[in-house]
Design a protein. Structure first.
Length: 555
């Protein structure tokens, strides 16, 4: 069924057009050529004489609405603003569609604002057009970029024109400041790093308009004559470009594509300058969009100053189980640059429901599997060392790595391991801060304690061997708190990843406070989970367990 604009709505629009632009509009005729997508729309032609705006090619605009107007937007097309020989113009899209701002639901204001916006776009002077092309440089550059997928960049924008390196990335390219940085990223992300080439970062003085984008190799060489020295072989030459815009420096890329011609070798060795200028200067240039992969962009799109601080921090985590693995994942996502991971256990299939690792890691050691996972997810981070053994079995090298950390976290390990870690740390001349984290039965509550020196079994545990800080006690045996699987000597507590996440977040927030603010010990924060769980099972609750699903500080 064809839905048409109700006559009342059409008459209201035409009354507005006649009041504001008398004698300058009419309804579209059936035989007129319209932009695509006009089926089912009501269309008017509005005169747009050159004296009303600045675009020499525009004589009229099409104004149209669909039957949902004014809930849907009025469209304005200026077909004379596109086509061969027509200058590029900001906010003019395919078939002359003008990109208008948000429009109100009030019919009269909607119509007047839409057409006013259209004439504002067509009325831009040279300076305004230049400013608009710079402000939205990336969308304009991205139009008609060709068949090459977007490139990746580890290069932080800014600085002068300079040498950089590149390698193949799938069907596109990846750029980095130097070979070491690119090798590190490729290796961590699981790719070969044995074919790295030289390139250049070209920094432009201003953002060009689409009419001035580089089209031939000679355009690039004119911007940076040193590119000529890289035109040595019969192969594409990708180049990274820094473009200043009102919102900051943007990155794009091009690739010079020389034809396969005699006289230009496939392998690099000296070629005459005249021959290079002839082949590469006349070679077409393909534009590419660029996805930044550097630390500042990944962790906050250049707006997160904390991420820059965290990039130099080293966190040691003893215990890479369900609790520790999620803490590591969140700290890495926040921008923490380095980890030292310690755990003697291996991944079991039953671990995957609470662990950040999945089925592909079953059978692997938790520490090395988590280290590899972090490296693949965040290949720009500096390092992730791992030791597949218990803390008490660590050698001097591993202990020295832990001693040099900015923060140690004992996550979900048993009481004896916590005491051993504390005893070792107390013997250091300059010990790092120590954060101890654990969940109570059924993850009904969780703890994150930044501990002072001197923690012993007498001060940490009660007569039953449970932490004195626990918020629950006297669990009945009938509650079956620890379940022993068939044929297995170990026990576990049945709870879900969702139950544990409050403790993960509480611990991670305290860790970030230490790394970013230097929060001193002692600090004791608890996560109050579902209070109804221990109540229903008959456990005794501390007076501090006075709510559910919230964080609380006890010290």
């Amino acid at each position: 069924m064809t839905i048409v604009l109700p006559p009342a709505a059409r008459n209201a629009i035409e009354a507005i057009l006649e009041a504001r632009w008398p004698g300058e509009w009419r309804r579209a005729r059936d035989n007129e050529v319209m932009p695509g997508g006009m089926s089912g729309r009501t269309v008017w032609r509005l005169d747009a004489a050159p004296g009303d705006h600045s675009h020499a090619g525009v004589r009229f605009v099409w104004v149209s609405v669909d039957p949902d107007f004014p809930l849907s937007r009025m469209r304005v097309h200026a077909p004379g603003a596109v086509g061969p020989g027509t200058p590029a113009w900001p906010h003019v899209e395919g078939e002359g569609a003008l990109c208008l701002r948000a429009l109100p639901l009030d019919v009269e204001r909607h119509v007047r604002l839409a057409i006013s916006d259209a004439f504002d776009i067509l009325g831009m002077d040279d300076a305004t057009r230049t400013e608009e092309f710079g402000r939205e440089f990336i969308p304009y550059w991205g139009r008609r970029t060709g068949t090459i997928p977007e490139a990746r960049s580890l290069v932080v924008p800014g600085g002068p024109t300079r040498p950089i390196v590149w390698a193949r990335w799938d069907k596109s390219y990846i750029f980095a400041e130097d070979k070491a940085a690119l090798t590190h990223w490729l290796t961590h992300s699981g790719h070969k790093a044995d074919d790295i080439h030289r390139s250049r970062l070209v920094r432009l003085a201003t953002a060009p308009s689409p009419d001035d984008y580089p089209k031939m190799g000679a355009d690039l060489i004119a911007l940076d004559p040193q590119l000529r020295d890289l035109c040595e072989r019969r192969a594409p030459l990708p180049v990274l470009i820094d473009v200043p815009t009102p919102g900051g420096t943007s990155q794009v890329a091009v690739v010079i594509q020389p034809p396969d011609v005699p006289g230009l070798p496939k392998r690099a060795h000296p070629v005459s300058a005249d021959r290079r200028d002839q082949v590469f200067g006349n070679a077409p240039v393909a534009r590419m969009s660029v996805m930044r992969q550097d630390h500042a962009w990944v962790h906050g799109r250049d707006q997160n100053s904390a991420a820059a601080t965290l990039s130099d921090k080293v966190v040691g985590v003893v215990g890479c189980g369900a609790l520790g693995s999620e803490i590591v994942r969140l700290l890495a996502a926040a921008g923490t640059g380095q980890f030292v991971l310690v755990d003697k256990d291996r991944m079991e299939s039953a671990n995957t429901t609470r662990h950040t690792l999945g089925a592909s890691s079953v059978g692997q050691g938790k520490a090395p599997a988590l280290s590899g996972h972090v490296a693949r997810q965040f290949p720009h981070l500096a390092k992730s060392m791992c030791y597949h053994r218990a803390f008490e079995d660590l050698g001097d090298e591993a202990l020295n790595e832990l001693a040099s950390c900015n923060l140690l976290i004992a996550a979900g390990v048993d009481a004896l391991a916590i005491i051993r870690i504390c005893r070792w740390r107390d013997g250091l001349d300059d010990p790092p801060p120590l954060l101890v984290a654990w969940t109570e039965e059924f993850a009904c509550a969780g703890h994150a304690i930044l501990v002072e020196p001197g923690l012993t079994s007498d001060t940490f545990l009660n007569s039953r061997g449970r932490p004195v800080a626990n918020l629950t006690s006297d669990w009945p045996l009938a509650a079956a708190v620890n379940v022993t699987p068939a044929g297995c000597g170990s026990a576990f507590q049945p709870y879900t990843a969702t139950d544990m996440m409050g403790t993960v977040q509480t611990t991670t927030r305290l860790a970030l406070d230490v790394l970013l603010k230097g929060t001193p010990a002692p600090v004791h924060r608890v996560w109050l989970g579902d209070r109804s769980v221990p109540e229903a099972l008959g456990a005794k609750l501390s007076g501090a367990f006075d709510g559910s699903r919230r964080e609380k500080e006890l010290l």
